[in-house]
Design a protein around this ligand. Structure first.
Ligand code: TRP
Ligand code: ZN
Length: 881
């Protein structure tokens, strides 16, 4: 026996709702085990609904304690209630009022969906389908209502009472010791944007004056004692608000914007109207506990949730198939914001690395799906890298194809036309078609087709006729459930670099070019010819990674070396160095596998030396360029019959060779003062630290006599988390003599700070070496391990499964076994966390036969479990199919 797969929900079955809910009044009496929720809904038949059509409301684990229609108790014969639904068999034909009372045990809610408690604070998470865990409702994004929320609680336990919108009233409640607050949100919204928070929290206040002169009150609420760690998040919020006005003409629309940080949260953060709720790791920062990467993430996530106010909240999704309408567009917006705040090329490289390391494998494996899926069993499993990251790339391509001006005009039209609506990708694209007078029907395939297109390129220079021809072709490799595919519209930013290193100014005769430097591939095969090309140029293609594709451009090493040294596009210069390293790493991996000793190619090592010495590169870009492709990246490039041990050995070999090659060049960076005076998280200072720590990463294995001492000193004397964690990672991952002492010192120093302790668990989980598995098992029994806290589970188990390829995919199967057991245990408590961990198996078929057989049996063991959650059932079924 095994649990049934949930029924398929299909895009083609979409039906508009039979009833409208115009107004919602919620009266919430908070109590840890027995919160009473009275929901008064103003309902009406939708246009076209026949009289007497039953009203079917969604529920999830609900207990109904009262039900009235127009103020009268409903007789039991008039309705049917289960934990999952409430059906009123024959509602009135004219508008009516339904009063529903439910009782909730927030303390027992371990799924962290609906109303739950985190460190004693009441909070909610309603996206995607959590509102139905609070009251019976038409819990779908195309039902928009105006909400008023009255919160009541014990004053001593919950001095802070927060809801969506503006605060309209507060006072003492009738019950002695209780008080209340009434919040009203004038903007109609779907239920997934509802939120409430009640607890004893500290407040970090500020204000913002909008472009039109309106003053907005800003607050960040955190646990007492953490007020001092909110400054960066607040600064990021104010910069986000200003940027959205300047870059997109979007102003904030309420009197107050509240952010609450909680320590138990399934995802990153949530854009509830006027009341964003955050995983505290995306709010809290100070130099002692947060790395530069943490600061950058906070800036990006604060911006992302704030930008949702327009792209997601003012204009929302008609149904969950349209998730990318808000997520892809909002990720694009937060990426652009970060690029403007920091270095644009550095940000682009970071985003592309993430896309290639997370989205590409998803798109190449059993969980592949289109940016807009057509079918799902569990919507929570579609908050994916494809919907978010590839979704953002699709918006970016639109901008590349239309040009900045037409793109902005299209977005303005979208905001104007669809404000206050729940809409679709078709409606979104229609705005750009109209604004730019263009046809986007072929472009729309990006939303429909799964899989990463592979673009092959060949070039021919004919010196006699002075022509240069670029032959392009595209195909999408087979994807589960997608038998064939059509050619996509692929914008390829390019340059033809002459022997002097300058870009040539050339236009092909045939109109295949969108603008000065973009070729547009629209057919399966296409030739583009440039004339008057006397000497052979080098083609720099896919500059800035202008499309989410794989490029098969068989550049000789001479051309690659030329691009690595000369490309005027910083992204492609970085890419050329990566490609050179990758080719050599693949070669070394395969040699290692055959037991043949290999040596890294000297010309590749010299490219890295040249990068190290290049004064024109800024520190952050230099640090990125000096980073070798990850083991997972190399595995992906190899694609099949993967042996993670051989890959690890090859990468370490290259790292050691580079350390010797870079030699004395490392010394000044290793000793560099990583900051002068007060610590600042800005991009320039962070770049300095990144480069210094990258140098240390090589120096540690350079064989220098003082290497161990220098790493240990960096750890001991670090006055910021970036440097301390970088050193700790070297001590632990390279198993240096001070490994245990350092871990102990770190633990003593940071024991009281759970975000800092997450890094302690993570560092140990990601250590290569066969003893790590046993260490992870011991850490699971550590007093600070908490299987109920998603951040802690991710720090230990997700890091092990996705960040430690040799140990997760151990050839004795013990890594798979650990994760399979953990998935089963977590699934009972929190299905979202369990199913996310389960996705770490997604590339199992690419492993060598012994390992893939072991992975398969771990998956079968999960699959044979009788009472799997819908979330995990869906992932395990698709992973095995
Ligand atoms: N809308 C959120 C975001 O991307 C995503 C999110 C937050 C979420 N919490 C969730 C999705 C819980 C599903 C379940 O900004
Ligand atoms: Zn989002």
């Amino acid at each position: 026996m095994r649990s049934e797969t949930a029924p398929a929900i299909r895009l083609e079955d979409y039906q508009p709702p039979a009833y409208r809910i115009d107004k919602v009044h919620l009266d919430v009496r908070l109590d840890p085990q027995a919160t009473m929720v009275t929901a008064t809904l103003a309902l009406a038949k939708a246009e076209g609904t026949a009289d007497g059509t039953p009203l079917i409301l969604d529920g999830d684990e609900l207990v109904l304690t009262g039900l009235k229609l127009n103020g009268q108790d409903l007789p039991a014969s008039a309705y049917e209630a289960t934990a999952e639904r409430l059906e009123i068999s024959a509602p009135p034909a004219t508008p009516f009022e339904l009063t529903i009372t439910t009782e909730i045990n927030a303390e027992a809610n371990t799924k962290l969906m609906g109303l739950y408690r985190s460190s004693g604070t009441f909070c909610t998470q309603c996206e995607a389908e959590g509102f139905r865990r609070i009251t019976y409702f038409l819990d779908r994004p195309d039902v928009l209502a105006v909400y008023t929320t009255r919160l009541e609680a014990l004053k001593t336990d919950c001095p802070v009472l927060l809801g969506n919108g503006n605060l309209v009233e507060t006072g003492d409640a009738e019950t002695p010791g209780h008080h209340y607050a009434v919040w009203h949100d004038p903007h109609p919204k779907p239920a997934y944007l509802f939120a409430l928070v009640a607890g004893d929290l500290a407040r970090h206040p500020d204000t913002f004056t909008t472009a039109s002169g309106k003053m907005v009150e800003l607050n960040i609420f955190v646990e007492h004692g953490k007020e001092g760690q909110c400054g960066w998040a607040m600064d990021s919020l104010k910069r986000s608000m200003r940027w959205d006005e300047e870059a997109f003409g979007r102003e904030y629309d309420l009197d107050v914007f509240n952010i609450v940080a909680v320590s138990d949260f399934n995802m990153g953060a949530m854009e509830n109207k006027g009341l964003n709720i955050f995983n505290d790791k995306y709010v809290l920062a100070d130099p002692e506990t947060a790395t530069d990467q943490d600061y950058a993430n906070i800036e990006a996530v604060i911006a992302h949730e704030y930008f949702h106010n327009w792209t997601g909240n003012r204009i929302t999704c008609r149904d969950w198939f349209q998730l990318c309408l808000k997520e892809g567009l909002t990720v694009f917006r937060d990426q652009e914001f970060s690029a403007d705040m920091r270095s644009r090329p550095v940000k682009r490289i970071a985003d592309v690395r993430l896309l290639k390391s997370h989205q590409f494998p998803e798109d190449a494996g059993p969980l592949a799906h289109p940016v807009r899926p057509r079918v799902y069993h569990e919507i929570n499993n579609f908050y994916t890298a494809t919907v978010y990251e590839k979704g953002a790339e699709v918006v970016r391509m639109l901008k590349t194809l239309l040009g900045a001006q037409a793109f902005r005009a299209g977005l303005d039209l979208y905001f104007d036309r669809h404000d206050g609506e729940a809409t679709t990708i078709e409606a979104f694209l229609a705005c750009f078609e109209e604004a730019a007078s263009t046809d986007l029907s072929q472009f729309a395939l990006w939303y429909e087709q799964a899989g990463t297109p592979l673009v092959s390129v060949e070039t021919r220079h004919d010196p006699d006729h002075e022509t240069f021809t670029v032959s392009l072709s595209q195909e999408i490799p087979p994807v589960p459930g997608q038998k064939s595919s059509k050619p996509a519209v692929i914008p390829l930013r390019f340059g033809l670099i002459g022997p002097n290193g300058e870009d040539m100014d050339l236009t092909p005769a045939d109109g295949s070019q969108a603008s000065g430097d973009v070729l547009v591939l629209t057919k399966a095969q296409q030739d583009v010819t440039f004339r008057n090309v006397s000497s052979r140029p080098v083609l720099s293609l896919l500059r800035g990674f202008s499309a989410p594709i794989r490029l098969n451009q068989k550049l000789g090493s001479e051309d690659l070396l030329f691009l690595a040294a000369q490309d005027n596009d910083p992204f492609n210069r970085w890419q050329a160095v990566q490609t050179l390293a990758m080719q050599d790493l693949v070669r070394l991996s395969e040699a290692t596998r055959r037991g043949e000793p290999g040596m890294p190619a000297q010309e590749v090592l010299e490219v890295f030396s040249a990068v190290m010495r290049d004064a024109s590169l800024d520190d952050a870009l230099k640090a990125q360029t000096l980073t070798l492709p990850s083991e997972a990246d190399i595995a992906q490039e190899i694609g099949k019959d993967v042996d993670p041990d051989a890959i690890h050995a090859a990468r370490q070999l290259m790292r050691r060779a580079l350390a010797r090659q870079l030699g004395m060049d490392l010394v000044p960076y290793v000793h560099a003062q990583t900051h002068n005076g007060a610590y600042s998280p800005d991009a320039e200072a962070a770049g300095k630290r990144a480069l210094s720590n990258r140098a240390l990463h090589y120096y540690a294995v350079s064989g220098a006599e003082d290497a161990d001492q220098i790493v240990w000193d960096r750890f001991r004397t670090a006055d910021n988390m970036t440097d301390r964690l970088a050193a700790l990672t070297l001590l632990v991952h390279d198993h240096m003599a001070q490994e245990d002492v350092a871990l102990e010192a770190y633990r003593t120093r940071h024991e009281k700070n759970s975000l800092a302790m997450d890094k302690w668990f993570m560092t140990q989980a990601m250590a290569p070496g066969s003893e790590t598995l046993a260490r992870v098992r011991v850490l699971m029994t550590h007093p600070l391990y908490d299987a109920g806290n998603p951040n802690r589970v991710r720090a230990l188990l997700q890091s092990f499964a996705t960040g430690n390829p040799t140990q997760f995919a151990r050839s004795d199967g013990a890594g798979f076994k650990l994760i399979a057991e953990s998935v089963l245990a977590l699934d009972k408590r929190n299905p979202q966390v369990a199913s996310r961990l389960l996705t770490s198996f997604r590339s199992w078929r690419a492993l060598d036969p012994q390992r893939s057989a072991l992975a398969e049996s771990a998956l079968l063991r999960i699959s044979s479990c009788e009472d799997l959650s819908r979330d995990s059932r869906d992932i395990v079924d698709r992973t095995l199919q």
